[in-house]
Design a protein around this ligand. Structure first.
Ligand code: NIG
Ligand code: FE
Length: 429
């Protein structure tokens, strides 16, 4: 469980001026009406049995920085104070957590939400013994191309609402079910209306029209399609896998994206051993995603890099595949993120708590490690330090569980424990 080692986006360090403003607002608590100003009012959440801060300098000094009998102060959209509830400052508003647990909102750093249709029959066939192959992606490509903008927008909105109810406050999402210049850029525009963490995945598979000429498809992805898509995305991704794109094609696609200011992340080593993970490290990708089939060299490369290994157990669950070995990565010193991979084919879940439970039960993670990976780990996979932790200056993204400890996320699998969510300081659940 390694804390994120770098960031391209970081929280502004709480400067003395801002701290003073916070203190002033707090000391005026008795004279400021709760309705005065949602954007600057301060709120104390107190009576928290267990608070996960992800700051090892706090509380029990573990990577979770766990504080018992804790309180948090939110000011505007940021965390202003975290600590022992007996030392909490006065605030405008007060929320009693009732002896429950609070943790950072989940950071789902890998999803594919811009799609239409579903693949129930494919799932049913798999659960009746048919193996998973990425070929089903074509079914979703056809449905997505046929959908209206409004249908795509409605789908994203629906799955995001579902994720929010389960405690996700930040998510990354991708294109990859359009595979034409028009459909890929349209998917990115839809995604960008909902999140800053948008990924161009024109290289999900070779578009069906180019089946006989994959080189021409790579030329399209690195040329006209990239030109149309780069303005709407932060990241570029490629499915580096047999039947999708090989190492040389993946390198060409990712370096073309880098030249247009996009940062790489890779679908790597999901279905078989291959060059994806080492390419991710070579290019300083923020994340190598899936990481199910790893050689010792792959594990070493990840451990000696700042590339996060993002594990997506929903995919192994829904394809009845071998679990990724989180223990091996953690013991080697790699940074691990845990995310949903929500998509209609290989992992149709928007639930980070479900992924935490799977990771603890079947991938060798402790509950603490799984919770860290789904919060701070996800933030590291997005090279962010302003989310995934509850310390002054970070965004006030919090999840309140109807349970006394974050451990219940794995201990009580399948139970809807999320009972409150704050996003950017606003209570949204
Ligand atoms: O992450 N691996 C490639 N992409 C998706 C699968 C998408 C699909 O089956 O539609 C994944 O598992
Ligand atoms: Fe994926």
């Amino acid at each position: 469980m390694t804390p994120g080692r770098s960031s391209e986006r970081s929280a502004p360090d709480p400067d003395p001026t801002a701290d003073q403003a916070t203190k002033d607002a707090m000391s005026n608590a008795t004279t400021v009406s709760p309705a005065h100003s949602a954007s600057t009012a301060s709120t104390l959440i107190t009576n928290i049995a267990a608070l996960v801060t992800n700051d090892p300098s706090l509380g029990d000094s573990s990577p979770l920085g766990l504080i018992q009998d804790a309180a948090v102060v939110i000011e505007g959209d940021r965390i202003a104070w975290t600590g022992d509830q007996s030392k909490a400052p006065a605030t405008d508003n007060r929320v009693d957590a009732g002896g429950r647990a609070v943790l950072p909102g989940f950071v789902d750093s890998h999803s594919h939400l811009v799609f239409a249709g579903d693949r129930t029959q494919e799932f049913n066939a798999r659960m009746s013994g048919r193996p998973y192959s990425a070929g089903g992606i074509r079914t979703t490509v056809a449905a997505t191309r046929a959908a209206t903008d409004e249908e795509l927008e409605a789908n994203v909105t629906r799955y995001l609402a579902e994720a929010l109810r389960q405690g996700t406050t930040t998510f990354e999402t991708k294109s990859g079910y359009g595979l034409t210049t028009h459909d890929e850029s349209r998917a990115l525009r839809v995604a960008a209306r909902h999140t800053d963490e948008v990924t161009f995945l024109g290289a999900h598979i070779v578009a069906p029209e180019f089946a006989e000429d994959p080189a021409a498809y790579v030329a399209l992805v690195t040329g006209e399609m990239l030109d149309a898509c780069a303005p709407h995305a932060r990241w570029i991704d490629v499915f580096c896998e047999k039947g999708a794109f090989d190492g040389d094609q993946a390198r060409a696609i990712l370096t073309a994206g880098q030249a247009r200011g996009l940062h790489p992340r890779i679908h790597a080593n999901q279905l078989s051993y291959g060059p994806g993970v080492r390419l991710a490290v070579e290019l300083d990708a923020a994340s190598a995603d899936h990481c199910t089939h790893l050689t010792d060299e792959d594990v070493d490369a990840l451990a000696n890099s700042r590339t996060v290994a993002t594990l997506l157990p929903g995919a192994e669950f829904s394809t009845r595949a071998e679990w990724p070995d989180a223990r091996r990565l953690l013991d080697a010193g790699a940074t691990v993120a845990l995310s949903t991979d929500c998509n209609p084919g290989s992992s149709f879940t928007s639930s980070v708590p479900f992924c935490i439970a799977l990771a603890v039960r079947d991938m060798g993670m402790t509950p603490d490690e799984a919770v860290w990976s789904a919060t701070a780990g996800g933030a590291a996979a997005l090279r962010r330090t302003d989310i995934g932790r509850l310390t002054p200056g970070a965004y006030a993204d919090l999840t309140l569980l109807d349970a006394p400890s974050h451990v219940h996320l794995a201990y009580r699998p399948g139970v809807p424990l999320v009972t409150g969510v704050w996003r950017r300081g606003e209570r949204v659940l």
